[in-house]
Design a protein around this ligand. Sequence first.
Ligand code: NAD
Length: 252
Amino acid sequence: MVVNGKVAVVTGGASGIGEATARQYCEHGASVVVGDVDEEGGEETVASIAADGGEATFVPTDVAEEDDVKRLVETAVDTYGGLDVVFNNAGTEGGLADFADYDSADFDRVVAVNLRGTFYGMKYGIQAMLADGGGSIVNTSSVASVTGIMGRAGYSASKAGINGMTRAAAMEYAAEGIRVNAVLPGIVNTSMQDRVAVQRPDSTDRYEISEAMPGRASPEELANAVLFLGSDLSSRITGVTLPVEGGFLVQP
Ligand code: NAD
C-alpha cells in the first residue's frame, strides 16, 4: 500500500499504461481521478476499479484543452480533499510521414496533446500541490525523446519537450516539496503500439530486436515505475527521465 491515502490524477486512463496505472494506484490505497477523451473506456476503467473495491472517478477530458485539465484537477481536489500525484500520460502518435511530407496540422495536434497537454497537467497539478504541501508529478515521455523515431516528427519533438519541462519544473519546485519525473517507455503492449506496428512494421521490428530484453513490456511494468515515482519510496528522486524500456537505450 505504498500510496495509501494519496489522491492521484491519471490522464489517458481509459486504456494501456494509464489504465494499468490507475488500477495499481487504487490497489495500493490511493483515490484516482481518471481523465480521457474516450468516455466509454474511462467509465469502464473506474467501474472495474470500483468492482474491485477501489475508489476512482472519471472526468471526460481532452488534455489539449486547458479548461478540461483545470476541471480535471479541480475535481480531484473537490472530491478527495487534495492532490498528491499527477500522471500526465495521455498521448497520441499522430500520422506517419517523413519530414518533407509531414502534415503541419498533424504536427500541431500531436504537440497540442502530448506537450501542451502535459504542460497543462503540470501547471494545474503544481498549483494544487502548492496549496496542499507538495506532491509528485510523473510524465510519460518515450525512448523517442532520446533517439527520435523516423516518420514521427510531432511525436519525437513533443516527447523531447516533455523531458525539458520535467527537468525545469523539478528545479523550480524542489524547495516546495514537489518532485517532477518522467518515464520513458520503449515498446509497450498497448493499442498505440498495435497501431504503430501496423503503420510501420519495419521500424517496430527493429526496435524490438535492439532491446536487451526483447518483446513488448506490459502496461503493468510501466505502472510499477509510475507507482514508485508517485510514492514516498522515491522521496529523493526528482528531475529524472527514467527509461523503462528493457535496455533499449543501452546500446554500444
Ligand atoms: P493507449 O492508446 O492504450 O492509451 C492512450 C490513451 O490516451 C487512450 O486512452 C486515449 O484515449 C488517450 N488520449 C489520447 N488523446 C487524448 C487527449 N487529447 N486527451 C485525453 N486523453 C487522450 O496507448 P499507451 O501506449 O498506453 O499510451 C500512453 C502513453 O505512453 C502515451 O503518452 C504514449 O505516447 C506513451 N508511450 C507508449 C509507448 C508504447 O509502446 N505503447 C511507447 C512510448 C511511449
